[in-house]
Each structure stands twice: as structure tokens, then as C-alpha cells.
Design a protein around this ligand. Structure first.
Ligand code: DAV
Length: 373
């Protein structure tokens, strides 16, 4: 099928084929949400965010929006169609019959919420209470795509209850210590329980017929099983990364660049038995370069490894955050054309270049990159 900018088509099977249509998030009205079990487990114990919540300062919102707008404009200039979400009022509490939390979060990272697989966009269950209603920011776009593309399948995973039974109480302390966290991660003891299926879309890598899904704080085994039954034509692989004391989202840990090449965070290596599938199919798993920074920017949930959170535009071209010189150098040496994009002042709003985007259309069809299973 030939892509044209005037005709909406939803399609994306992987993380690397030529990207033509994309959603870029916004920083408007972003809040630091009040404490809640799953969120607290992710905030590092020495973080400046502990105990803080409320609307982020306006000048930081304006700066983040400036960077996101520039990124969107650069993509548009390269001929991509770029859509933006419609922020809701994140100061409002999120309330269901099962829980209440006093504010919501934002809509900077569409990658966390929307999973595009082929002609389908699936809204993830999410696993934080403050993010339960975030899909609403994308509904105007989903409705538009649904009207304009007869093949588009708009799906939503079952909304979770998110009662206290979804979270292990052992994680409700800010004095666990990194050593114990690493031991728990190794034992696959995460903050979320197996009460009901839970997943964030950013825990999933799309690699043609194969979906690679990280089990961690935001995605549990029932979530992975739900995906397996929902995508019966795919092979769904559960992976985990024992070196990560705060495992949420796979996109600062394991980053596919093109068929046959994937970067792995050297502090969070894929366990040997899980590497076999890649090795059997001649995929190279390369240790990623070191981040350029020793610490994340202020009031940021994510680690310095957002250096790896790159956006692949096609198998020869990749967007890398402008200050991440080591990551850029490595990708250049691996034969990629690197486009530097300034985004660091927006990291605190929900992540890097991969997080703040979601695929609507990539060229190419569904291929089998792992015929030797
Ligand atoms: O390393 O803090 C960030 C992932 C954001 N989607 C990290 C993971």
C-alpha cells in the first residue's frame, strides 16, 4: 500500500520501518501526581520528587512544550504527518468506584498508552491510578482515524480495578534500599501483583510477528497473557531485566534499531536464556553507549538511560537527544544517520524521544524476523 499524507491509514508492525505518521505528546498542565502505590515504587529513594506533588511550574511546562513543538515541526518538515493529543484537565481527581487519587498526570508520553500493532491501536490498561483516564487525551484522534480509515481497529484493553490488591505492600516503603530492590527484581517480585491483567504500552516492543514484553512494575504476567490471547497471530515473549531496580517500560533498556540489531542497557542485561531467541536468528545484541549525564534532570521519574530512548525514522535514520553524544557516536559508528533533537528539558514530563511519540503509520508489512524459534 502506498502512503499519502491526505489519506489516513493506521499501520505499524515494528519499531524501524519508515515512519510516515506519528503522534507527538504535549506537556500542557502536567502534574506530579500524589503518592499511590505503583508510582511510589518507581520514584528512586534519593529523588527530589519524594513527597512532592501538584502542577509543574509553568515555565518548565512552556520550555518542554517548546521542545516538543520543535520536534514535531522537524518531523513535519521531513514530510511526516504529525498529530497532537488534546490535554484534559489533569488537576481533576481520578475517581472510580474502586479508588480515588487527587490529580492526574499529563499526556507527554503517548507511547505508554497506545500500542499500534498492524491496523490496530490498542489502549493499554495502564497500572497507575493517576493515568487511568489518560486515553481520553487521544480519543479525538482515535475517533478521527476510525472515521477516515475503514481498516482501523480501535481497541481498548479491559480497564483494571486498581484496588490495593493490585500492589504488593512490601513496596510501600521509601527505605527498601537498592540492594533489596535488585534482589526482588531478580526474583521477579515486582510492585504489581497478579490480581488482574496490567500493562503499559511502553513495555512492549513490536518486531513483526514477535512481540517482546517486559514484565516489571507496570506489566504483570496476566497482562502478558492477555496480550498473547489478544494477538493470536503473534508470538508473545516475556522478558525481564534483573539489573534494573525500578523496572518500568522497556524503552530505556532494550532498543531495536533495525532488523538484526538491538541495543541493550549494560546495567540491565537480558538473561542468557532469553538471549537465545535473538542468537538463533543472528540478531546482534550490543551494549549501548553510556549516557552523557550523571543524573536525570530535576523532578524526573526516569533514569539517565533515556539516552537509549531513541526514535528510529527508518532503518538508516535515528533521532537521538542532542546532548547524548556517546549514544549518537555509537549509532553513527553502527552506520546510522543520526538526527540530534533537543529534548532533555522535557524528560521530566514523561520520558525521551521514543516515549513522547506513538506510531500511526510505518511502511512495510508484517514479517517474521525470528524464523528459528
Ligand atoms: O530507565 O527510568 C524510563 C522509561 C520511560 N518510558 C528508566 C525507564
Amino acid at each position: 500500500m502506498v502512503w499519502s499524507a491526505d489519506k489516513t491509514q493506521v499501520q505499524s508492525w515494528n519499531e524501524w520501518d519508515p515512519l510516515r505518521h506519528v503522534i507527538v505528546g504535549r506537556a500542557d498542565d502536567c502534574h506530579i501526581p500524589p503518592p499511590e502505590p505503583a508510582l511510589d515504587a518507581k520514584v528512586p529513594e534519593d529523588s527530589d520528587m519524594r513527597g512532592q506533588w501538584g502542577r509543574r511550574p509553568q515555565e518548565t511546562i512552556d520550555r518542554a512544550n517548546e521542545l516538543l513543538d520543535n520536534f514535531a515541526a522537524m518531523l513535519a518538515k521531513r514530510g511526516l504527518r504529525v498529530d497532537r493529543p488534546t490535554p484534559t484537565d489533569f488537576s481533576k481527581p481520578a475517581t472510580t468506584p474502586d479508588f480515588r487519587t487527587d490529580s492526574q498526570f499529563g499526556c507527554m508520553p503517548p507511547r505508554d498508552v497506545l500500542l499500534t500493532v498492524g491496523h490496530e491501536i490498542l489502549e493499554a490498561t495502564m497500572s497507575y491510578r493517576c493515568r487511568w483516564f489518560e486515553y481520553l487525551c487521544y480519543r479525538p484522534l482515535m475517533q478521527q482515524y476510525w472515521e477516515e480509515d475503514q481498516s482501523f481497529r480501535h481497541e481498548a484493553a479491559p480497564k483494571p480495578r486498581l484496588t490495593d490488591r493490585d500492589y504488593h505492600p512490601d513496596y510501600l516503603s521509601d527505605k527498601i534500599g537498592v540492594e533489596k530492590r535488585l534482589k526482588w527484581a531478580e526474583e521477579k517480585f515486582f510492585v504489581t501483583t497478579e490480581e488482574e491483567p496490567l500493562f503499559d504500552a511502553a513495555d512492549i516492543l513490536r518486531m513483526g510477528r514477535d512481540l517482546v514484553v517486559q514484565q516489571g512494575f507496570t506489566t504483570n504476567l496476566k497482562g502478558i497473557e492477555w496480550l498473547r490471547r489478544h494477538f493470536p497471530d503473534h508470538r508473545v515473549h516475556a522478558v525481564n531485566f534483573p539489573g534494573d531496580p525500578y523496572p518500568i517500560h522497556i524503552d530505556a533498556t532494550f532498543t531495536p534499531i533495525k532488523p538484526g540489531l538491538i541495543l541493550n542497557n549494560p546495567h540491565r542485561r537480558l538473561p542468557p536464556e532469553q538471549r537465545a531467541m535473538f542468537e538463533r536468528n543472528d540478531w546482534q545484541i550490543v551494549d549501548s553507549a553510556q549516557p552523557a549525564h550523571n543524573a536525570p534532570p530535576p523532578l524526573c521519574y526516569s533514569s539517565t538511560w533515556l539516552s537509549m530512548n531513541v526514535l528510529v525514522l527508518d532503518p538508516k535514520t535515528v533521532c537521538v537527544e542532542a546532548s547524548e553524544v556517546w549514544q549518537a557516536e555509537q549509532l553513527d559508528k553502527l552506520g546510522m544517520n543520526v538526527i540530534p533533537v533537543e529534548l532533555r528539558d522535557a524528560y521530566a514530563f514523561g520520558g525521551g524521544l521514543h516515549c513522547c511519540t506513538a506510531d500511526v503509520y510505518r511502511e512495510g508489512d508484517c514479517q517474521d524476523y525470528f524464523p528459528n524459534q
